[in-house]
Design a protein around this ligand. Structure first.
Ligand code: PNS
Length: 158
């Protein structure tokens, strides 16, 4: 069984994330989407809300599962027998940041990191920008799954 993890905060998931998850699901037998529980940073959505959304938007992929984790990603990988991490790279600055993390993760544990170029259609996209646009009434349709679009409008209205 070839396993891989797609880790992130997913607050909320964007179409860029979903594209990477879907492409990983075509390459691997099992993809675990791992949502970081970050005790220092409270998100717009709770971790459980993000997990519920992730379950819904990945349901077309039978080999994708969703879990939460805290602590080191490589410990999560070891506990779940996952030998590799997949990361999307949007721009060169992502590579600078991700390379250091990949090398540290390999040094710590032998867990490999594979970089997947983001679909150019989404290379400008991030969860923080999506939240900012939605907060000021901008249109984020087409940038996030429809469910996320609805939830953003609902959450930011209240
Ligand atoms: O979506 P994000 O916030 O860019 O995801 C970052 C994430 C969760 C992949 C990263 O912060 C992470 O792996 N955190 C877990 C702690 C850890 O393992 N840090 C790396 C030490 S080299």
């Amino acid at each position: 069984m070839r396993r891989v993890v797609c880790p992130g905060s997913f607050d909320p998931i964007t179409n860029g994330h979903l594209d990477i998850i879907g492409r990983a699901a075509r390459l691997y037998d099992e993809v675990t989407v791992a949502v970081l529980i970050n005790l220092e940073k409270s998100g717009l959505f709770t971790v459980d809300e993000r997990i519920e959304v992730l379950h819904t938007v990945t349901k077309e992929y039978a080999n994708v599962k969703v879990q939460k984790f805290h602590g080191l990603l490589v410990d999560f990988c070891k506990q779940n027998d996952i030998p590799a991490i997949v990361k999307g790279i949007r721009v060169v600055s992502d590579f600078d940041y991700e390379l250091q993390m990949a090398q540290l993760n390999y040094r710590l544990s032998g867990v490999e990191t594979l970089f997947m170029p983001t679909n150019p259609e989404y290379s400008f996209l991030s969860s923080s920008r999506v939240k900012e646009i939605a907060r000021y009434g901008g249109d984020v349709s087409g940038l996030v799954p429809d469910l996320v679009h609805e939830l953003l409008i609902e959450r930011l209205r209240s």
